[in-house]
Design a protein around this ligand. Structure first.
Ligand SMILES: [Zn+2]
Length: 113
């Protein structure tokens, strides 16, 4: 089972207690009523979806209920770090792709059914 560190509860908890809330550090336009449809599309819908390092918002739904940010590697599904909402984006850089073994759902949870 994947464990996620909540920066508010200051402990690792089961992934079942958390919910992904999309990309982190998306800046809302100052006057959203004044932007064009194309600018709104860019702000509201379009995301980079990179392979590797990504910064996301997460919510500790079945714990403290608070939102926080996480740096996660989408290839390995490893959380590199979590930090409180409002804190600056950490200076992390994507790591080059490796041939490291990636744990799959079937490999880690397959016997639990
Ligand atoms: Zn929490």
């Amino acid at each position: 089972m994947l464990l996620i560190y909540c920066p508010y509860c200051q402990e690792e908890r089961s992934e079942l207690e958390f919910r992904n809330a999309g990309d982190a550090h998306i800046v809302r336009p100052a006057n959203i009523a004044a932007i064009s449809d194309e600018e709104f599309e860019e702000f509201f819908f379009l995301r980079d979806n990179p392979k590797g390092l990504i910064f996301e918002r997460w919510r500790h739904m079945h714990g403290c209920g608070r939102f926080f940010n996480a740096a996660r590697d989408t290839v390995s599904d490893k959380f590199l770090m979590t930090y409180k909402a409002g804190e600056p984006k950490p200076d992390l850089h994507p790591t080059p792709a490796t041939s490291a073994t990636v744990e799959t759902y079937e490999a880690t949870e397959g016997d639990a059914r």
